[in-house]
Design a protein around this ligand. Structure first.
Ligand SMILES: [Zn+2]
Length: 315
């Protein structure tokens, strides 16, 4: 991939909450890009930086606005998923209200302080146009395997995401509790997750850059004709995902409880076919076998995280 931003330039801005913003000359959607909600997922931040640089360098007409944010600055700095608690599992209205009403100095959890600072920005963003507000939450994962998207069950989200060549997984957005996506979905935003690839895989940054550029085009913010590289982005995405089911849904989620000592068996990757009864993982209670046939998704190969794996089926 072409290097749009020099490494020293990236390092200089790494501690800033706002990655960048763009204000188009024409009306269009307000696109909020959230990256680094988990601090060990920096490829997503780099991809968002690429997209903003690409649009600025091209200086073609842009419709709408982009606002891009680094979510968990402290965890990004330490390259860990989180410091005190998972920042993408505490977006319950009761907790968010409590964060809003507590002064910063009285907040003890690093992630709750990050949310408070994030809310200062997100609360200011107003969309006074008839166009939608779209929130894309960019993530990466610990296993190898293909990228995918996580829409909520909303026709508008599904329709938009069906244009970006990544497999769509339905039901996980609903099953995960306390996510930022769910919080903003309930507020009426088109909100979805983009899972771009394995944390450290060389292709992950490129996958997410391509996904976001194609998303901007699908949302009507940019015109393909202004970006000759758009064909390459589409070709890349198609090539990475063409053998995979287009639309799947969640059938099983393995939740890890405190002290489980969960260990995934080695070498599982996203969209790998599994059979009912297959030995997938172990914990202190013994073997964990697949409850049904399907594809495995996001098998956990890192110490932090509460979801051991998901099983999905073609819709
Ligand atoms: Zn994540």
């Amino acid at each position: 991939m072409d290097h749009l931003i020099a490494p020293e330039e990236r390092a200089k801005t790494a501690s800033k909450r706002i990655i960048g913003s763009l204000n188009g000359a024409q009306d269009g959607p307000l696109l909020i890009l959230i990256a680094g909600l988990h601090g060990n997922e920096s490829a997503g931040v780099a991809a968002v930086e690429n997209v903003l640089a690409k649009i600025e360098q091209t200086s073609a007409p842009f419709s709408g606005k982009i606002f891009a944010i680094r979510a968990n600055l402290s965890a990004l700095k330490k390259n860990v998923r989180y410091i005190d608690e998972d920042m993408n599992r505490i977006w319950f209205p009761s907790i968010i209200d409590e964060i809003r009403s507590t002064p910063e100095h009285a907040i003890e959890s690093s992630e709750r302080l990050e949310i408070k600072q994030l809310l200062h920005i997100l609360d200011q963003l107003k969309n006074e146009t008839p166009y939608p507000t779209i929130l894309a939450d960019v993530h990466t994962f610990s296993a190898e395997g293909s990228m995918f998207t996580l829409p909520n069950v909303s026709q508008d989200e599904i329709e938009l995401l069906s244009k970006i060549y990544a497999p769509m997984v339905l039901g996980i957005g609903e099953s995960l509790r306390g996510t930022l996506l769910k919080y903003y979905h309930r507020k009426g935003l088109l909100s979805f997750g983009l899972e771009g690839g394995q944390h450290k895989n060389n292709l992950t940054e490129q996958n997410i850059t391509a996904l976001l550029m194609v998303l901007l085009q699908a949302a009507g913010c940019i015109d393909s004709d202004d970006y000759p590289e758009m064909d390459d982005y589409r070709a890349h995405l198609k090539q990475q995902t063409h053998r995979l089911p287009v639309k799947t849904e969640l059938v099983y989620q393995h939740i890890i409880e405190e002290g489980d000592d969960f260990q995934m068996r080695p070498d599982y990757h996203n969209f790998q076919r599994i059979k009912e009864g297959e030995w997938l993982a172990s914990d202190q209670n013994g073997k964990i076998v697949a409850q049904c046939d399907g594809y495995i998704l996001m098998p956990l190969y890192q110490s932090q995280g509460n979801d051991g794996f998901f099983i999905i089926k073609e819709q």
